[in-house]
Design a binder for this molecule. Structure first.
Ligand SMILES: CN(C)C(=N)NCCC[C@H](N)C(=O)O
Length: 264
């Protein structure tokens, strides 16, 4: 099993998150200031995603990554490999994502004199509190919805990337850097646009349980969200998700492709 895809996925995920960090920091109002938590989570999850994707694609096509542009795989194989990568990544992402969402939705101001203390003091404190109050399964709250969100959308992610690269690249050539940047950025947007409706629901389910249970499952959460806020609820955060997705995924794919070419 080629391991370089995992390493390239880790490094490219780390580089992508440096660009995405300002967006995440805005969203979490400073609670998420340090880089260590995102590096540990996003880069690791990206490594799993790209590692699983490449190895599944290799198993389906028997074409090594060095020959992927000269012997391109069929889109159905790309989609299946992407979906499987998304499914596995969702499982690894679940606890990290829950911590991020809990910190993000904390409304108490940070350590201001006279104001109520925030529930969580940082990622580690958030994790230990969840373990204490909700048990180990609490860390996987909303993980089913996360899997439903990531399985098809990561298939879409890799298919859009492949399609755009092939469209703008002459036959039998490797895509150039500009093509990889644009295709990576657009693939990121395509995946986030399709992921946003379930992302909204996932976040609500991850917040559920903090002050007692509100929703009886995914469907109930969807129905009551639409009843209370209308169908536009599914597009909450679409603009910021897309604005973040372009630079993050442009850099992620560029560094991933270059690392793999450099390793031969
Ligand atoms: C849930 N979706 C849409 C995705 N995970 N899409 C792939 C992009 C991954 C990248 N690390 C990012 O955070 O944009």
């Amino acid at each position: 099993m080629p391991a370089e895809e995992f390493v390239a996925g880790w490094v490219s995920g780390a580089l992508g998150l440096v660009l995405g960090h300002p967006f995440d920091t805005i969203k979490v109002l400073g609670f998420f200031k340090g880089m260590s938590f995102p590096i540990a989570s996003i880069a690791l999850v990206n490594s799993v995603l790209f590692g699983v994707y490449s190895n599944v694609l290799l198993a389906l096509t028997t074409t090594p990554h060095q020959e992927r542009w000269t012997h391109p795989p069929v889109y159905m194989d790309v989609f299946i490999a992407g979906c499987l990568g998304g499914f596995v990544q969702a499982y690894c992402l679940a606890p990290f994502d829950l911590i991020k969402v809990r910190l993000q939705n904390q409304t108490e101001p940070r350590a201001q004199l006279g104001s109520p203390r925030p529930r969580y003091r940082g990622p580690l404190h958030c994790m230990t509190s969840i373990l204490q109050n909700e048990g180990p399964q609490g860390l996987f709250r909303g993980s089913g919805t996360l899997m439903l969100r990531d399985t098809p959308t990561l298939g879409i992610y890799f298919v859009s990337y492949e399609w755009l690269c092939r469209y703008y690249t002459p036959k039998d050539q490797n895509p150039n850097s500009a093509t990889v940047l644009v295709a990576g950025g657009c693939a990121g947007i395509a995946s986030w646009v399709t992921a946003t409706p379930l992302d909204v629901i996932k976040c609500r389910m991850q917040m559920d349980g903090l002050k007692g249970r509100v929703y009886h499952g995914l469907l109930d959460c969807m129905v009551s969200s639409v009843q209370q806020e209308g169908p536009q609820v599914f597009f909450r955060g679409l603009i910021i998700n897309s604005a973040r997705a372009f630079p993050v995924n442009a850099v992620t794919f560029l560094s991933y492709e270059y690392l793999l070419r450099w390793w031969g």
